[in-house]
Each structure stands twice: as C-alpha cells, then as structure tokens.
Design a protein around this ligand. Sequence first.
Ligand SMILES: [Zn+2]
Length: 743
Amino acid sequence: MAGQAAKRDGSDPGGGGGKGATPGRRRLAIGMALFLLATGGILLALLGPRARPNVLLVTIDTLRADRLGCYGYGGAATPVLDGLAARGVRFATAVAHAPLTAPSHASILTGLLPLAHGVRDNGAFVLPPSPTTLAEVLQRAGYRTAAFVSGFPLDHRYGFARGFSTYDDHLSRGRDPQRAPYVERTADEASRRAGEWIRAAPSPWFAWVHFFDPHAPYAPPPDLAARFASSPYDGEIAFVDREMGRLLAAVEAGPGGTLVLVTSDHGESLGEHGEATHGVFVYDSTLLVPWIMAGPGIPRGRVARVVARGIDVAPTLLDYAGLDAPRAIEGRSLRPAADGMEMEDAPAYAESLFCRLNLGWTELHAWRTAGWKLVDAPRPELYDLGADPGETRDVSAARGEEGRALRSELQRALEARPPDASTVPSSESRERLRALGYVSATAPARPTGRDPKDGIALVERLERGLAEARARPALAVDELSAFLAEEPDAPLARRYRAIAYQFAGRYGESVADIQALEARGPLSLEDLTVLAESLRLARRPDEALAALDRAATLDPRAPEPLLLRGRSLRALGRSEEAKAALRQALDLAPESAEARRGLGELALERGAIDEAASFLEPIVAADATDVPALVKLGVVRMRQGHAREALPLFERAVALDPRNPEALVDLAGALGKSGRSPEAVPFFEKAIEVGGPTTAALNGLGVARLESGDAKGAARAFRESLTLDPRQARIADLLRQVSGGQR
Ligand SMILES: [Zn+2]
C-alpha cells in the first residue's frame, strides 16, 4: 500500500493507478482507517467534552487549488492561507465530487457521494432528512454550532441548516440594479458576522464559514481590482485571503484550541476545455480544490500526497474531535496521512447532471484514481493524469484495459440509487440561482442527448445570454437566438429570450416567445411571471393579472406571483388589493424585503407613518445596503419630523448608489429643511442630470438656490418647472416674486 502516493507524482505514469483501487485492497485500507479512527476516538472520549477542540470549517467557493501560493502559484496574494499551510498540513491533491455548489457541499457536510445524498444540482434538490450531517454529530456531542453561508445555492430552504443552531444565510440586496438582488454576500460581511459569533461562543464550538467571492462575476474591492486588473479572479481570492486573516484573528482571540480546515466545493475552468466557469464538465480544472488544515494535534508544514476527497472532510474532522462518524459515511479520516503514515489512495467519483437536467443533453460521470480518470459520456474519455494532468489527450483507444477497469468500478458505484431528494423550488429561487449563472431543471420535453463536449460553445452562448438578459438585452437576444437555432426545444433559452426582449422594451416579442413555449407544453410558474411582467409593461394590466392568477394556482406557496400582483395593482391605483397581495406574500416569505418594502410604501402613501416605519425598519436593520428601503425610511423620518435622523439614511443611500435620482432629491430636500440649502443645490442638480427634470427636483432646486442667494438661478429652475406643469400656482407666485413681478 506504499506505492500509490509516489505514483501521483508522475514517477510511474503508466503504473497501476487503477489496480490500487481493487476492492480487496480498498477494504484493507478502509479497515485500517476505521481502526485508527476508533482508537483516536476512545482516547479523546476519555478526556471528556471539555477537551474537544473547536472546529472551523471554511469552504471558499470556486477556488482552484493551483491559484494559491502554497500550491505553487506565483501570481497569488494569499499569505494567510499559505501561512496556515505552513503551520499545518496541506493535501497536494484534493478532489470534489461535483463542479456545483449544492451537490459538492452536501458531500462535504455528509461524507456521502451525490449518488447517496441525492442532491444532484443547484436549486432543484433539497438535502433529504436521512443522512446525518457533520453539524448534527457535533451538536449532539455538545458543540455550539453555526453556519455563515454567502451564496444562494446554500440557502436554508435547500436543507443544509440541519444541526446548526445558527444558520446565517442573510444575503445583501446588492448594488447592481442589473443583477437580481439577494444572491450573494461579500467576504468582509461573512467574516464580520462569523467573527462576532466565534468571539462570543463558548467552547467547544463548530462554525462553517462559506465565502462566495471567487465565483463569477469577478468583482474584487477597488484596491484589489486595481492590483489584479488583468486577473480579477485572483483578486477575489486575495480578498477572501485577507478576510480569512480577520476570521483567524477572531478564532485566536478566544479560548480553546481550534481545528481549522479550509477547502472548496469546486474549481473554475477559466477557459480550459472551452468552459469559462464551472458546472458542465468533470475535468480536474473544476474538481481539484485545496485542502489545508491546522490546529491541535496536526503537525506543521507537512504536504500529504494521498488523494483527499470531499467525502473525507466530515470523517477527518470528527476524528480530530474524538467522535465516531455516522455508520453510513462513505469517506474516511485522513488523519493517518496527516500524521505522516502511508495511506492507499481511494478512488473518487464525480458527476455533473447539469446538462441533462437543464438542456436535455447527457449527464457526465467520472471515476478518478490517483493516476487515471474515466469520463463516461456518449464518447467516453480516458486520461493518464500522471503524464497529462491537463487532460488534453484522450487515450481511451490505446489504453482499453485501464478504461474497462475504471468503467466497471464506476458502474458499481452508479448501481447505488439515490434517495428522492427533489422538490419544486419557487420561481424566485430560480431567478436568484440564475443570477449566479446557474440554471435548474428545465430540460426540454424532447431531450437531444447531445454530448456536452460537442455543445460547450453553445453553452457559452447560452450562459452569456442568461447573464446579459437584463444588462445588455440586445446582445442577449443575439446569443439566445443562436442557441435556439441549434436547440429550438430548449425552454430555458426561449424563456430567457423573452426576458431579454422585455428588458429591450420589445414587449410584443417577449409575449410571443412565452406563447411559443405554451405551444410546446404547459407553462411553468416562471414563464407566467415573465409573461405577466411583459403584459404589464405593454399596458395590458388585465391580461397581466390573469397570468399571475394562473401562476399562483401552479404553486400557491410561491411568493413571486403575489409580489408581482402587488406591484401591478399598485400601478393601477388599487391600493387595498395590492396591500392584500403583499400581505399574503409576506405570510409565505416572512423575511421578504420586497413584500415589506411594498407594504411600507403603501402605508406611506396613505399617511400611516408609524406603520410604514414598522415595515421599513427591519429591512434596514438586516441589510444596511438596501438603497430603496434606506430612502423610504428616510422619508418616514422626515414625515415624523426627524430630519436629523433622515439625513444619514439619505447620505448612505447616495453613497451606495450615487446615480439614484430619488435618493438625491430626498437628500437635497432634507439638507434644505435642515437649513443647509447651499449644500442641497448640487444634489438637486445631480438628480436632474441623472434622472431628468421633474417638478419636484426643479422646485426644490429653485428654493435652495433662492435661499443660497441665487435669485437668477432660482428663477430659471421655477420657469423650467412651470413648462413641465403650468398649473403650479404657488411656483408661479414664487417666480413672480423672484423676478420682481416680471416673467
Ligand atoms: Zn460553488
């Protein structure tokens, strides 16, 4: 069992990587690992729960191992993670089981392969109640448990919260109006919230912190964006590394030893194999992740060569905590390898069902030993990882024997049937997943069975179309039309072209695309919400409301149709019905900022100021970057006569979104009312510049200029306001006074 580690180095590239995985030898290795696990457990159990280490599990989404300094990357700025590796153990090869966030995290947290835990894609599956999770084992052993996740695919609705007393999945609204809100939070916010919890938690505690930043789109904070202008992905990694430093400082400030394990759910293709991001293929570009751990009992500066796998995370952590792993677990503790003992490499299964579930193509399965990888596809591929780590030369024709051996192992693994874990997520969930570049479970009725490698260029066009449907709708229409020319039955592409048409103002074509979908099969809830929005914008409100009624009957638990109904009814001036719809939405989704904001705005409109405050205050308390809520709460404070409290709200809104005309006008108005008219003038001017002239902005500007001693400027503003609306008697009066009775 000694030779396998060396073979990974490529010293024996043609060697028996497949042979090392024969069942007999594997059982022997597992037996050895179980023995070590049991003895370690007994020793620590004798010490009692007080001696148990705290456990910090950090998963950095979308992090390729080979982009960290400690894994040999020259362009890295990752001193914190490199330092952690220097005072702990780093596994040179660690493999994820799926290139997708939810399935891979489910494997990390349960020690089970996707085939066993049943989470096969983002957004379309919920972790079933049967597998015992790492958090549950630790919680039962007396650990305080908390999770801080930063991406929507790990929202509590997908079942990952089990075993955590605190599950913080609060995502910020985000600042880019062209992206869907509430899809991710940045590393500074995640490390701050996790750090606060860690500082206050009594030992032993278990915290899982998930950073999302290296996931596309790559947008590091300004200083790192400048430094990594040509490689913003590395800038995101540097940002997470910096925040890791803060997190570790919080850990070190507390009592008790802490075991830290840092890994990732998958890598990023960065153009390799024609794939820009991740999710389609099962090559090492998106499967190799870092595995770094340090803490009590872990030697310093060791690099372990045995192949580590996602399913090994939970049993390894439980081993160090002195706890038994659940019996069903498929991974093994790698503690012996960390201690410098030889361990035989275990094979890794990997899969992506993305193309089948979303496009009606085929799914991919892979069987990976230390030296070889088989990718099972309509045209299977075999790679000699020792000689060809980039997986660029398919040797299946020349190396039939290796291929057959791997295939029979893969076949055995696939015979285990997964539990039924699927549920129907709401259209709102899908929208937020898609904003991250994910799509979910909308395969065409007539699947084409295309091999993903024959369609990767099409996938790239589809993804560009999905990503740009709102921001650059004309480009998105082109990309999606190109996709539809090849795959006319793909509902996803047609639905997204309908959205792109909507954002391009081509409402008729948007409605026509949804009608074309209906001709091919029943419309989904999401189709109906797109249809309703395009009908509303095309000023066909009754048809829009009828579409929303149909959507609500499809899934009475979905808040999205009710939110849109509230918006449509408000626009029609039917406030009472709008309020009822938003109330229902809030019942279904008690955290919904949209429902609260809508109700707050309706209360404000009818002068129920305190009620408006009761809806708006919790939004701002939960997310200090929610610009629309900041503005409306500022208006509430003004109406309550608290200009001094309103000002900082408006100031924050303008700082977050400097081109928001409503925030600019309100800030200017509050400055004027606080006797600071000269300061108000430029904000009124800016509001008019970015939002166009309105009577409110022009009148405010006129008054502010007047109070600043600029009578001529005031007259200009009043005059322009009167051309917009000549019926303003008071403004006409003011203009007469300012211009000394002459017009
Ligand atoms: Zn991920």
